[in-house]
Design a protein around this ligand. Structure first.
Ligand SMILES: [Zn+2]
Length: 259
């Protein structure tokens, strides 16, 4: 794949890096990433992945832009209130980088539609705000052997990890860490709990970095590590995650069919 003159200019700060270069940029342009959720995490992720020249970005979100979203969901503008989030995001990304392709999926992912959708992409980035979607993506990305870069938020804290459990021993999945979803009434969501918007920005931006590293094969993966950001104490810390042999998704006696 030869880069055009316009691409040489647009991606000059990537091309000058030995770790990316022409080959890496061409790889990004060929890549297909599915971002689930065009909200607080999805917004900065989408902006940076588009700017970086990830060639095809799928965006899945069933919701419309609400005025209360704008405090943190920075891919959407005031004029987009009422529009589908996937269409609002597509318009913003087209303005940033018209040469990439954005595939809008205005749907709620469920067991009936998620597998076919994920199969079309190289990597899944979870920016969803609910446990049903998180566990669905965990199980399906394992079965389809797609790296999953996942983050979660609380009002002043965030967590991020990368999951590649199909690689075998030493590569846990989200269920190895948290076996079952908590009861729904114990889960505060942004609508009720509130969140400092910029905390979502930190985690969504970290997700974009980890997605780009996975696509380029750069540095150390967060596979096997949970990175936690504590905004109040202005600290990051990380925890090693082991593979659970009893894990219902990726363990030895898993219920989900092995890849
Ligand atoms: Zn597991």
């Amino acid at each position: 794949m030869e880069l055009s003159e316009a691409q040489f200019q647009r991606y000059a700060r990537h091309l000058i890096l030995d770790e990316v270069g022409e080959e890496g940029q061409a790889r990004l342009l060929r890549s297909r990433v599915l971002v689930v959720g065009a909200g607080g995490l999805g917004s900065p992720m989408l902006l940076y992945l588009a700017a970086a020249g990830v060639g095809t970005i799928g965006v899945a979100d069933p919701d419309r832009v609400d005025i209360t979203n704008l405090q943190r969901q920075i891919v959407h503008a005031t004029q987009s209130v009422g529009a589908l989030k996937v269409e609002s995001a597509r318009a913003t990304l087209a303005a940033i980088n018209p040469e990439i392709r954005v595939e809008a999926h205005p749907l709620r992912l469920g067991p009936e539609n998620a597998e076919a959708l994920i199969a079309e992409y190289d990597l899944v980035a979870d920016g969803s705000d609910n446990f049903a979607t998180r566990y669905l993506l965990t199980d399906l990305s394992y079965r389809l052997e797609k790296p999953l870069v996942a983050a979660a938020l609380s009002p002043f804290e965030g967590q991020i990890s990368t999951f590649r459990p199909y690689l075998g021993a030493g590569h846990p999945c989200y269920r190895c860490l948290f076996r079952e979803p908590p009861p729904p009434d114990l889960v505060p969501r942004c609508e009720t709990a509130g969140i400092l918007g910029a905390v979502a920005g930190v985690l969504g931006t970290l997700q974009a970095v980890e997605v780009l590293k996975e696509l380029l094969g750069l540095g150390e993966s967060l596979d096997g590590t949970l990175l936690i950001y504590d905004a109040m104490r202005a600290r990051f810390h990380s925890i090693r995650i082991g593979k659970d042999p009893e894990c219902p998704t990726c363990g030895e006696n898993a219920l989900v069919s092995a890849p």
